[in-house]
Every structure is written in structure tokens, then in C-alpha cells.
Design a binder for this molecule. Structure first.
Ligand code: 13P
Length: 255
């Protein structure tokens, strides 16, 4: 990555894992292992675990994120959680548009955009996920799709707001499959996202925005992935549930 213009961010996405007491235990285990990180360290946890996570992370360099946010400020939206609720609970980051939400819960590019705007409006930092399926890759649509998803997610997001936006390139075929993109595929995908930012906002924003790679990143492959120019850290699923593996990834991004 380009350390002169961008800071690496390693974020765990716990998905639907860990109870509140397990959250406390895992964060307590992680804290000393990541204390000397030279990158930002974030854990995105289930809503029910946020209070425990914020409490356990107090006084450490671990920041807490959520895994989704609703786009309305309040109202009759049973089961949803607003940006203001997250902010008051001590959340700083929020994953938006994860492929699991797009696939299983009907997220669209429009709702991803609305959630992004709501997050920014409340002072949260969105981690917006984009990525192609294997079929889309094989049909040759990767670049078109990544640029489209990126630009759609950022509709009405200003250049100034981009200081608080992280984008995660997560090829769907690499998520939870153990199949990682090669270093060059990750760099290329992240590069397509950066090219979309260049087209939409110009060079300064494109060069300054943190773009993570996600999809079976682990303790073994993290170092060579984050060494790539366009890979500014990672969004980590499975490996973020193991303190030692996660800390090895944090160290790889701290070099
Ligand atoms: P895995 O690291 O388990 O493949 O998950 C990646 C991911 O979806 C992070 O958001």
C-alpha cells in the first residue's frame, strides 16, 4: 500500500458470531496482542455485542464497528437500528452492503447508498463493501461492476465526506470459501475501485481513500496482500474470531 497518503485499516467482521460474554473474553485476549499496531484496528460486531465490545475495548487502540445500520432516523421499522443509536452506544464504524446482506437480505445499491448517507450524517465511518460473483468475473464484468457499485454507493457523498469513508473490495467467490484472491487480483480489484473514485472525485480523493481487501484473508496471506499498492488493509471474517491470527494480520499491516 501507499503509506504516505493512506493509513491501513484492519477491521474484523464477526458476522453472526459471539455472545456478549464471549465478546468480552475475545477482546480482552486481543488487546495486548494488537496494542503496538501501526494501523487502525476495528472490530465490527453484532448489535447485541456492541455494549460489551465498547466496554472491553475502553482505553485500548481497538475501535468498535457495527455490521449494518438503517437509513431512517427513527420510526416503525421493526428490528432495525439507527445511526444515532449506534453513535450513542460508542460505535465509530459500520459495515454497509456486505455481500451477505445483498444476497440474503435484499440489499440493493440504492439501500447501500441510503445507509451510507445516514451513517455519514450521524458521524459514523462507513465501510462499504463491493465485489463481484464468480459468474460476473468469468463473464468479464468485474471492472464495470466494481465501478458501478462504488459510484452508486457514493451517490450524493461529497469529497469532504470521503475522508470518513472506507471501501472494501470483497470478491464474493473469496468470502468464507478459503479461496483468496491472488495478490494481483486483489490489487487489480482495489485498483478498479480507486479508478471509480478518480472518475467521480479526482486524484486527491482517489489517492487518499482507504480501500481494503476482504475474502479469506488470514495470518498466512495478509502480508503479501497488504504489500500491494492498492490494498490498504483488510476486512477479515473468520480469522478475526481468533485473537492470535487477527493480531498477526494487524502486524502484517503495521509494517
Ligand atoms: P472471510 O474472511 O471469512 O472470508 O470473510 C470475509 C468477509 O466477508 C469480511 O467481511
Amino acid at each position: 500500500m501507499n503509506k504516505e497518503t493512506r493509513k491501513a485499516v484492519i477491521a474484523g467482521n464477526w458476522k453472526m458470531n459471539k455472545t456478549p460474554s464471549e465478546t468480552t473474553a475475545l477482546i480482552n485476549e486481543m488487546k495486548p496482542l494488537v496494542a503496538d499496531a501501526n494501523c487502525d484496528v476495528v472490530l465490527c460486531v453484532p448489535f447485541i455485542d456492541i455494549a460489551a465490545a465498547v466496554e472491553a475495548a475502553k482505553g485500548s487502540n481497538i475501535k468498535i464497528g457495527a455490521e449494518n445500520v438503517h437509513f431512517k432516523e427513527s420510526g416503525a421499522y421493526t428490528g432495525e437500528v439507527s445511526a444515532a443509536m449506534l453513535k450513542e452506544a460508542g460505535v465509530e464504524y459500520v459495515v454497509i452492503g456486505h455481500s451477505e446482506r445483498r444476497t440474503y437480505f435484499g440489499e440493493t445499491d440504492q439501500t447501500v447508498n441510503l445507509r451510507t448517507l445516514a451513517a455519514l450524517n450521524a458521524g459514523l465511518k462507513p465501510i462499504i463493501c463491493v465485489g463481484e460473483t464468480l459468474e460476473q468475473r468469468e463473464l468479464g464484468y468485474t471492472e464495470t461492476l466494481l465501478k458501478f457499485q462504488t459510484k452508486m454507493a457514493l451517490t450524493n457523498v461529497s469529497a469532504e465526506d470521503m475522508k470518513n469513508v472506507i471501501i472494501a473490495y470483497e470478491p464474493v467467490w473469496a468470502i468464507g470459501t478459503g479461496v483468496t484472491a491472488t495478490d494481483d487480483q486483489a490489487d487489480e480489484g482495489n485498483g478498479f475501485v480507486r479508478a471509480a473514485l478518480l472518475e467521480k472525485y479526482g486524484k486527491d480523493v482517489a489517492e487518499a481513500t482507504t480501500i481494503q481487501y476482504g475474502g479469506s484473508m488470514n495470518a498466512k496471506n495478509a502480508e503479501s496482500l497488504v504489500a500491494k499498492y492498492n490494498v490498504d488493509g483488510g476486512l477479515i471474517g473468520g480469522a478475526s474470531l481468533k485473537a492470535e491470527d487477527f493480531s498477526i494480520i494487524v502486524k502484517a499491516a503495521s509494517k
